[in-house]
Design a binder for this molecule. Structure first.
Ligand code: PLP
Length: 404
């Protein structure tokens, strides 16, 4: 029997382990491959988890707590300068147990049973991309359409350039801004055009905005800001009805182990998502909801963390200058380095960095797929700047020396 997920390669990290297997690191190891924030986890989170520990004895509701939904809505309004009543915390927000599973299950919740089209449904995915989107497309028996997000396209996918016959059978489009891995940021024009395209071709947008708080100079515009321009949110044709956006505490609050995020979207989309999650979703434990409500309500720890990332990008800029295609990403905490000038591809460069310098980085090809015989990540490396400044500076200095 063929397995529905047969076309998924092994996940990026086991592939990296296999690549480096049996090869000794050339120096003490520094891992830049996983995007796991290492800045301090806020103490108040631990305190609140402790204060609420007796609530681990209860089954939590699938929609979290009113306090969490309220804090999420208040943060969205603050972060994106939205009108005070723009988000209805009861109808537009649904907490999720980490956004990875939320992004995956959203496809199941939002996919139409059958589009009135002759061919299978399609799901638009930026290439390279956060790998969960591809699994989600396969889960709903749709064809993943990998749309290049390269230097030439500003590192964001140009969905309007997709052939009209594919757009006509598109039911969902994933988009990530700030993008993992490239750090590109969608501006208001990008979001507005995407919303127009979604309306024209009748598809839903799943916007992964989990890096929106980690930016260099300008806070990234969110899809909700493009929606807010429209003005008639409760109408049936409101653009909010085409959107489900995801936000996470993993990156914002350095709390990847808390497993807490939320979805925000149109009433119907959130209602569908909530209904499906009541059957198959994992609700967030009540102590986690309490800690998450406090985290969304506090911006101080986020400002501090953002400043630490900025220092690391300053160091990177100083080290690389214009080498290896270095650019300062608008958001996120990754470097997306093009190693073509070394004559190596990303895998070869990753192997060399490990063998000679003990630096573990992710070959870009593990985050992208071949489309039209080209893998847009093949000559790239992704480096996560998650460690402290001294460790990061040491690692990047080694990278620069080894790839000379
Ligand atoms: C682009 C992107 N989306 C979603 C996630 C999932 O984050 P979490 O499940 O921790 O909320 C990650 C984590 O690395 C990510 O990089």
């Amino acid at each position: 029997m063929t397995w529905r997920f047969n076309s998924l390669p092994d996940y990026a990290f086991p592939r990296l382990r296999a690549l480096l297997n049996g090869i000794a690191p050339g120096a003490d190891e520094i891992g830049l491959s996983i995007g796991e924030p290492q800045h301090a986890f806020p103490d108040f989170i631990t305190d609140i988890l402790h204060e609420h520990k007796s609530e681990y004895g209860k089954y939590p509701p699938i929609d979290g707590t009113p306090a969490l939904r309220l804090a999420a809505a208040a943060w969205l309004e603050r972060r994106y300068h939205l009108r005070a009543d723009f988000i209805d915390p009861g109808r537009h927000i649904l907490p999720v147990n980490g956004t990875r599973e939320g992004l995956f299950m959203a496809a199941l919740a939002l996919a139409p049973e059958q589009k009135d089209r002759p061919l299978d449904a399609a799901v638009l995915i930026p290439n390279p991309f956060y790998q969960c989107y591809a699994a989600a497309a396969l889960a709903i028996s749709a064809e993943p359409i990998y749309v290049p997000a390269t230097k030439e396209t500003g590192f964001l996918p140009d969905y309007a350039s997709v052939a009209p016959e594919i757009l006509a059978r598109t039911s969902l489009a994933y988009i990530c801004s700030p993008a993992n891995p490239q750090g590109a940021v969608a501006d208001l024009t990008y979001w507005t055009k995407l919303l127009e395209l979604a309306r024209t071709y009748d598809f839903m947008i799943i916007a992964d905005e989990c890096y929106t708080e980690i930016y260099d100079r300008v806070p990234p515009t969110g899809i909700l800001q493009a929606v807010a321009q429209d003005g008639h949110l409760s109408a049936d044709d409101s653009p909010l009805n085409r959107v489900m956006a995801f936000h996470s505490l993993s990156k914002r609050s350095n709390a990847p182990g808390l497993r807490s995020g939320f979805a925000v979207g149109g009433r119907q989309a959130i209602a569908q998502f909530k209904r499906l999650r009541s059957y198959g979703g994992a609700p967030s434990p009540l102590p986690v909801c309490a800690a998450a409500a406090a985290a969304w309500s506090d911006d101080t720890h986020v400002t501090h963390s953002r400043a630490l990332y900025r220092e690391k990008f300053d160091a990177a800029e100083h080290i690389f200058g214009a080498r290896l295609g270095f650019y300062r990403p608008g958001g996120g905490f990754f470097l997306w380095l093009d190693v073509s000038e070394t004559g190596l591809n990303g895998e070869e460069a990753a192997l060399k960095l490990w063998r000679q310098g003990g630096i573990k980085v992710l070959p870009g090809a593990y985050l992208s797929r071949e489309s039209e015989s080209v893998n847009p990540g093949a000559s790239y490396l992704r480096l996560a700047l998650v460690h402290d400044l001294a460790t990061t500076t040491e690692a990047l200095t080694r990278v620069n020396q080894i790839l000379r």
